[in-house]
Design a protein around this ligand. Structure first.
Ligand code: GDG
Length: 729
C-alpha cells in the first residue's frame, strides 16, 4: 500500500498567528488524538483545514506547509467566510440537526448548500495536488460527503474510504433534504462506506434503494458499474492511553485534590460538548427530580457537569448555554446549602489529565444524549476505571449503547428511567460493578481505536480486491468487441432474452412494464434477421406476452418455461403436460402473506403462483419472503412443486419446469454457432447453465451468477443489442 491520506474538516494541528508569530497547537477532538499513533505507523498524510483564514494563510503558505509537513499534515486553505457558510451554516444547521433527529431545527438554504459544494471542491483540489498512484484516501465525516465522488471524477481509479461519525438517519428524515441524491451519490463515490452501527448502515442502504434504486446484498451495493461496500465499524478509543494515564502519580495527585473538595461525597459526572443532541437539559431535569425524590442523598453527592464550548456562533447553541446556566442555577438554588453545591458546573475545556482524574473520581457517569453517533466519553470513562468499580448510565440512542450492553441503559425522555438508574447505580454492589465493568473493559481494550482504523483500512483494501475480481467478469470493451465479432461471423444465432429487468426496468406493477417502442423495434429487427432465432423467455403469463409481442417475428416462452409459442404460430403449446390442482392448497398461504405485508400481492398464472413484494418495505418484504419459503418447504416436496426466490418475488410452480429446459428445446433442434443468453434473476440461471460453455451468457447486476459476464443495467443490454444490429446493416 502507498500512503494513507486521511482527510477531515480540521487538521489535528491548529495554526494561530499571535503577535506576528506562527503558533502550532494540537487540535482538540477524539479523532485526531485517538489516531495519532495509528497514522504515524502508516506513512500517512493528514489533509484538512488548519484553522487559519485563507488570506492570512496564503501569505505565508510555504512556511505553514513546511512546518505542517513535519507533522505529516497538509493544509486546505479556506476563508473564514467560507467556513462560516459551509461549516457554520450547512454542516451545523442543516446536516447536524437532521441527522440527529431534530428536523424542526434544520434549515435549508441554497446558498449554504453551494458553499458546502465549493468547500468540498476546495478539499478535492488540495487532495488532487498531493495524490499519487497507490495512495489510499480515507475521508471523514459529514463535512465532506460530496468529496468521494468528486475525487473519483478527478483521479484515475483511486481507492477511497468514507466514514460517517454521526448517525445516518432513517429515510423518513433523510428524504427531507433537497440535496439528498447529490449527497448519496457523493458518498457512493467511496469504495467502502463505514458507520458506527449496523442500524445507520441499514438506513443508508434503505435510502440508496429508495432514492436511487440501488439494490444491495450483504452490505455490497452496486452504483452504476461500481461495487461499494457498506459496513459497521464501531469506533474505539486509545484505551491504553486512558488506562495508563489513570494510574500516573500526577493523576493520583489530582484525584487527591478532588477528594479534598468532594470529601466523601459520591460523584456523578457528565462530559459533553455544548450541544442540544447531548441531552444536557433533560439530564439536569432528571437530576433535580432525583434530589426531590431522594432526600437521603442531599449533601452526600455532587454532580460534576462539564460542558465544552462549541459552535457558539450558532444562535441555538447560545440559547442552550443560557438555558443550562438557568437550570443549574435553579437546581443549586433549590437544593444547595451553605456547605453544599449539588451541581459543579464547568463551562470550558479541561486539560487531558484533569479529565482522566475526574473519570477516576466519579462513581457514576451519566451520559444521556438524545442522539449520538457513538459517544466516546462513555468509553473513556470505562477505560479510566482502573479500580474495578464505577457505573455507566447511558442512553439507548447513543451508538455506544449497541456495544455496551452491561451499562445501565435509559430512555432519555423518561425522567423516571433516569432517576431509577441513578438510584440503582448508587446502590449497586461492588461485585456487580466490577463484573459489568470487566466485560465492557475487555471489549474496549480489544477493539480500540487502532484496531478500528486497521479494520477499516483492511476492509477497504479488500473491497478493492473484490472489485478487481468482479472487474474480470464485467463485460468490458475487449470481451464486448469479441462478442460482436463472433455474432457477425456466425451463420446461425440463438438469442435467449429475458424481459423484465433485462429489456425493461422493473415496474411496481407487472402490468405496467409495457414495452417501449425502442424495445419492440429492436426485437423486430433482431427477429427479422434470417440467421437469428430470438426467444423471449419470460416469467409472465401467455396473455401479457401475446398482447405485446404476438406481431413480432420471435419465439415466446411464458411462465418460466411452461408454455412456448414458436415464431409465426398462433397457438401456445405446453413443453410437457402439467397439472395445476395444487394451486388450491398453496393460494391461501400466499394470500395470508399478501395481507400481512402492505404493498405485496399474489399474481396467478396458469401453472404458477407468485407472491410479489416489489412495492413493499424492502426489509419487511425480505423477512416475510424468508418466512414464506420456510412455510412452503414441507408442502411443496409432497406436491412435486418448487419454490423460487426471484427479484422481489417468491414463485411456486411445478418442479422440473424452468427456462433452461425451454432453452434446451432450441439448443437441441438447431445447430447454432452463436448463442447469447441475457437475464437478471435466479430464474435465468437455468438458461445460463443450459447453454454450451463456449457461448455467451450475461447477467444484469453485479451479483454472483453462473453467467460468463455481468453487465450493470438493462440500458447497457439495449445498447449492446443495438450494437449487434448496427454492425449487421
Ligand atoms: C462526534 C460524534 C462520535 C470532551 N471534553 C473535553 C475533552 N473531550 C473529548 C472527549 C472525547 C471527545 O472530546 C468527545 O467525543 P464524543 O464522542 O463524546 O462526541 P463528539 O465530539 O460529538 O464527536 C460522536 C465521535 O464524533 C467519534 O466518532 O462518538 O457521536 O458526535 O474524546 O474526551 N477532552 C479534553 N478536555 C475536555 O474538556 N481534554
Amino acid at each position: 500500500m502507498g500512503r494513507l491520506l486521511m482527510v477531515s474538516n480540521r487538521l489535528p494541528v491548529t495554526v494561530h498567528r499571535r503577535r506576528g508569530q506562527l503558533q502550532f497547537e494540537p487540535s482538540t477532538g477524539g479523532l485526531a488524538t485517538g489516531l495519532s499513533s495509528f497514522y504515524r505507523s502508516y506513512n500517512a498524510l493528514w489533509i484538512g483545514w488548519p484553522g487559519i483564514d485563507r488570506k492570512e494563510g496564503m501569505a505565508i503558505k510555504d512556511d505553514i506547509q513546511q512546518k505542517l509537513l513535519t507533522e505529516n499534515c497538509y493544509p486546505v486553505f479556506l476563508s473564514q467566510k467560507e467556513v462560516d457558510e459551509y461549516y457554520g451554516k450547512f454542516c451545523s444547521t442543516t446536516i447536524w440537526p437532521l441527522f440527529h433527529y431534530f428536523p424542526q431545527y434544520a434549515s435549508y438554504s441554497e446558498s449554504s448548500w453551494q458553499a458546502y459544494e465549493r468547500a468540498n471542491r476546495t478539499f478535492c483540489d488540495a487532495i488532487v495536488e498531493v495524490w499519487e498512484q497507490g495512495d489510499t484516501i480515507w475521508v471523514h465525516d459529514f463535512h465532506l460527503m460530496l468529496l468521494p465522488q468528486m475525487l473519483r471524477d478527478r483521479l484515475p481509479d483511486p481507492t477511497i474510504g468514507f466514514f460517517l461519525h454521526i448517525p445516518f438517519p432513517s429515510i423518513e428524515l433523510f428524504r427531507l433534504l433537497p440535496w439528498r441524491t447529490a449527497l448519496m451519490n457523493g458518498m457512493l463515490g467511496a469504495d467502502l462506506i463505514g458507520f458506527h452501527t449496523w442500524e445507520y448502515a441499514g438506513h443508508f442502504l434503505a435510502s440508496a434503494r429508495f432514492l436511487l434504486g440501488y439494490d444491495s446484498w450483504m452490505g455490497k451495493i452496486t452504483a452504476g458499474d461500481r461495487l461499494s461496500r457498506v459496513d459497521a465499524f464501531p469506533m474505539g478509543i486509545d484505551y491504553e492511553r486512558f488506562a495508563e494515564t489513570a494510574t500516573k502519580p500526577e493523576v493520583d495527585k489530582e484525584v487527591e485534590k478532588l477528594n479534598r473538595s468532594f470529601r466523601d461525597r459520591r460523584v456523578i459526572l457528565s462530559v459533553d460538548r455544548l450541544d442540544y443532541t447531548k441531552g444536557i437539559l433533560r439530564r439536569l431535569e432528571a437530576f433535580g427530580l432525583f434530589l426531590d425524590r431522594n432526600p437521603q442523598y442531599r449533601e452526600r453527592l455532587t454532580f460534576v457537569l462539564v460542558v465544552v464550548p462549541s459552535r457558539t456562533m450558532v444562535s441555538r447553541y447560545a440559547l442552550l448555554k443560557r438555558q443550562i446556566d438557568e437550570m443549574v442555577g435553579a437546581i443549586n438554588g433549590k437544593h444547595g446549602t451553605i456547605g453544599w453545591t449539588p451541581i459543579w458546573y464547568i463551562y470550558r475545556s479541561i486539560p487531558f489529565q484533569s479529565l482522566v482524574a475526574l473519570y477516576r473520581r466519579a462513581e457514576v457517569a451519566l451520559i444521556t444524549p438524545v442522539r449520538d453517533g457513538m459517544n466516546l466519553v462513555a468509553k473513556e470513562y470505562l477505560a479510566s476505571r482502573v479500580d474495578d468499580n464505577g457505573v455507566l448510565i447511558l442512553s439507548e440512542t447513543a451508538g455506544a449503547a449497541k456495544e455496551l450492553g452491561e451499562a445501565l441503559t435509559i430512555n432519555v425522555n423518561n425522567d423516571d428511567d433516569i432517576v431509577t438508574a441513578l438510584q440503582d447505580a448508587l446502590e449497586m454492589s461492588d461485585a456487580e460493578q466490577a463484573e459489568r465493568l470487566r466485560i465492557m473493559q475487555r471489549r474496549l481494550r480489544r477493539y480500540n481505536v487502532q484496531r478500528w482504523a486497521e479494520d477499516f483500512i483492511h476492509t477497504l483494501l479488500d473491497t478493492h480486491k473484490l472489485q478487481e475480481e468482479m472487474g474480470v467478469r464485467i463485460l468490458g470493451a475487449q470481451a464486448r468487441r469479441k462478442l460482436v465479432k463472433t455474432y457477425q461471423q456466425a451463420q446461425r444465432r440463438l438469442l435467449l432474452l429475458d424481459y423484465d429487468g433485462t429489456l425493461v426496468s422493473f415496474a411496481s406493477r407487472p402490468s405496467r412494464a409495457i414495452p417501449p417502442q425502442e424495445v419492440l423495434d429492436l426485437l423486430y429487427s433482431l427477429g427479422s434477421e434470417p440467421a437469428n432465432e430470438v426467444v423471449l423467455t419470460s416469467g409472465r403469463d401467455r396473455g401479457s406476452l401475446d398482447g405485446w409481442f404476438s406481431e413480432l417475428p420471435i419465439n415466446l416462452v411464458a411462465e418460466h418455461g411452461v408454455w412456448l409459442k414458436p415464431r409465426g404460430r398462433n397457438e401456445w403449446e405446453m413443453i410437457e403436460p402439467l397439472t395445476a390442482e395444487w394451486k388450491e392448497e398453496v393460494r391461501p398461504i400466499l394470500e395470508v402473506y399478501a395481507d400481512r405485508t402492505p404493498g405485496s400481492f399474489v399474481e396467478e398464472k396458469d401453472f404458477s403462483l407468485v407472491w410479489q413484494y416489489r412495492r413493499s418495505d424492502s426489509r419487511l418484504g425480505e423477512l416475510r419472503a424468508r418466512e414464506l419459503v420456510a412455510h412452503l418447504e414441507g408442502l411443496t416436496t409432497n406436491l412435486n412443486l418448487q419454490v423460487l426466490e426471484g427479484s422481489k418475488v417468491v414463485e411456486v410452480k411445478n418442479a422440473g419446469v424452468n427456462k433452461g429446459r425451454a432453452a434446451l428445446k432450441w439448443l437441441s433442434e438447431g445447430n447454432y454457432d452463436f448463442v447469447l443468453a441475457v437475464g437478471d434473476d435466479w430464474t435465468d440461471e437455468d438458461t445460463f447453465n443450459a447453454i454450451p460453455e463456449a457461448q455467451w451468457s450475461i447477467k444484469i447486476g453485479l451479483s454472483s451468477t453462473g453467467a460468463k459476464y455481468n453487465i450493470s443495467s438493462h440500458s447497457k443490454v439495449l445498447a449492446l443489442l443495438h450494437e449487434l444490429q448496427t454492425h449487421e446493416e
